[in-house]
Design a protein around this ligand. Structure first.
Ligand SMILES: Cc1cc2nc3c(=O)[nH]c(=O)nc-3n(C[C@H](O)[C@H](O)[C@H](O)COP(=O)(O)OP(=O)(O)OC[C@H]3O[C@@H](n4cnc5c(N)ncnc54)[C@H](O)[C@@H]3O)c2cc1C
Length: 495
């Protein structure tokens, strides 16, 4: 039986593990953390769960991409998905206008046209471009007859360029670009139009939460792995990949050795470099990875409130303080109100533990280097300056929240910074989505699953697209190198 070692138990790693296992591989997953799941984590305070990197996922209906994959991986029937409001699953709240993003392409076009009737032709043209761009990604439509290079033109132009070609009204432009921050963390001027098309397309098929959040999803994937004979080793960081004559032979975790015919990494390519012998890859590749920009970072604010949360039961809030959506990229500061925040109430949507239904999770933009500088040499104990900045940002957030939702009483609040994210997941720069998937770093410059070392495959959101579905699909695309793309697509279609 061929043996595979997977480094990292995030959505990408667990998907790859199950795909290989289904095809006769003996699989071992190494995870540095004491819980599996990576960004799927839900942490607990007094028995109440707080989600970190899972609030909703698209296309989870039984005949849609994510739903089919969950069936294919063997966990669909054990998960309870709930669809968010198809009339408006994302609520964009600008200073003097609000827009609810509906599910369904036609419904979305109709809602935009109703709000901006003078622009009906531009909206139709923009929507048509979205549809064409999304179709270029064959894997996302289970159609591999589309050549992989057909995505290039869509990754070489930005969302802003296409918006400016078709839409005139500044408010319409802002609404169309409004979801970019939390969905993939890139400003419209730098976001590849193809990326935007694929990510929004999967949510337009329907946006879903899952009972128990990402934690439940990770647990079910792990249960399936174990049921098939696979092993998960927690608190087991990979420390080196054993490479001989250009071929991977196994993985070291300190003194422990895990032999492997195939090593699959679910970590950022720069962390893969750290595991490889210095000469294993070309200097040009090494420089490119070391100099690449990592994805956006965030402040996570986790809190409970007393009060009615029904307004967020079936939708997420994107709150903008101005019509300039580029301002959402401004890092939150202790001195001023945040220019943007995302808010979700994942627990309110599920039949969970008592207390969880009052939980709210907010995301604010942040810069890793600001916190790194503030923390100085203080390490895990954190400096006074770091703590003060964090408390200041929490205070600013509390103030805008009190303005926006005066009916809520905040009961308990804590927050994380990019340093916390890096500490718990290893993500360089505390990046939410691994890579900065910008026009400059995608298209012909995007990372590939394969590297020069034979027997190593890279998966995860840095290799594929941002998000749970993007990380999952990166594993399908990567494992297709071994298992065959047509085989996997046929299995997905039959699932
Ligand atoms: C605040 C936030 C909100 C988000 N909200 C959503 C959302 O609502 N919907 C959505 O679709 N996406 C969301 N995302 C993004 C999504 O969570 C990620 O894109 C996705 O989960 C990434 O999966 P992954 O497998 O690529 O990597 P990860 O989840 O990062 O997994 C990598 C794993 O590798 C482990 N690891 C690292 N180094 C080693 C080593 N040396 N040895 C062993 N293990 C190692 C890490 O501990 C981790 O468990 C959000 C992210 C964040 C941070």
């Amino acid at each position: 039986m061929p043996q595979a070692v997977i480094v990292g138990s995030g959505m990408g790693g667990l998907t790859a593990a199950l795909l290989l296992q289904k095809h006769g591989w003996q699989v071992q997953v190494l995870e540095r953390h004491y819980r599996p799941g990576g960004f799927l984590h839900r942490f607990f305070r007094q028995g109440i769960g707080y989600d970190t990197g899972f609030h909703y996922v698209g296309s989870a209906g039984p005949d849609q991409l994510f739903g089919r994959a969950m069936k294919h991986l063997g966990v669909y029937d054990r998960l309870r998905f709930s669809e968010l409001d198809p009339e408006g699953f994302d609520w964009l709240w600008f200073p003097d206008r609000q827009f609810r993003v509906p599910a369904g392409f036609e419904r979305w076009k109709a809602a935009l046209t109703a709000a901006f009737p003078d622009e009906s032709q531009g909206i139709a043209n923009f929507a048509e471009e979205l549809r064409r761009a999304s179709r270029a990604y064959g894997w996302f439509h289970l159609d591999l007859s589309t050549p992989p290079e057909s995505v290039l033109p869509w990754e070489e132009c930005s969302l802003q360029q296409v918006v400016e070609r078709h839409l005139k009204h500044p408010q319409l432009r802002a609404i169309v670009c409004g979801q970019t921050a939390p969905l993939y963390g890139i400003v419209p001027a730098e976001a590849p139009f193809g990326l935007h098309a694929v990510v929004t397309d999967h949510f337009q098929q329907g946006a879903y939460s899952v009972d128990g959040g990402g934690d439940r999803l990770a647990r079910e994937l792990v249960r399936e792995l174990r049921a098939g004979g696979g092993k998960l080793h927690l608190r087991t960081p990979a420390t080196a990949i054993d490479v001989r004559e250009g071929v991977a032979q196994g993985v070291w975790s300190g003194e422990r050795y895990f032999p492997a015919d195939l090593v699959v990494t679910d970590i950022h390519p720069s962390l893969v470099l750290d595991l490889l012998p210095a000469q294993a890859v070309r200097p040009a590749y090494r420089d490119r990875v070391r100099n690449s920009r990592v994805g956006a970072a965030h402040i996570g604010v986790y809190f409970r409130v007393e009060g009615d949360l029904s307004v967020l039961k079936r939708r997420n809030l994107y709150r903008f303080r101005s019509w300039d959506v580029e301002e959402m990229a401004l890092p939150a500061s202790p001195e001023a109100p945040p220019s943007f925040y995302f808010l979700a109430a994942p627990g309110a949507r599920e039949q969970g533990r008592a207390g969880t239904e009052q939980v709210l999770v907010a995301i604010l933009t942040a810069e890793h280097k600001i916190f790194e500088q503030l923390n100085g040499e203080s390490g895990e104990t954190r400096s006074e300056a770091y703590r003060a900045a964090k408390a200041g940002i929490e205070g600013q957030f509390r103030a805008v929240l009190a303005e926006d939702f005066p009916q809520w009483k905040v009961l308990a609040m804590e927050s994380s910074t990019p340093l916390s994210t890096q500490h718990y997941t290893g993500a360089p720069g505390g990046a939410i989505y691994g890579h900065y998937h910008s026009v400059a770093q995608m298209g012909r410059y995007r990372y590939s699953s394969r590297i020069k070392v034979r027997g190593v495959l890279q998966v995860g959101h840095a290799i594929g697209f941002p998000g749970i579905c993007g990380a999952m699909m990166s594993a399908y695309v990567g494992c297709a190198e071994i298992l065959g793309g047509e085989t996997l697509v046929a299995e997905l279609k039959a699932a």
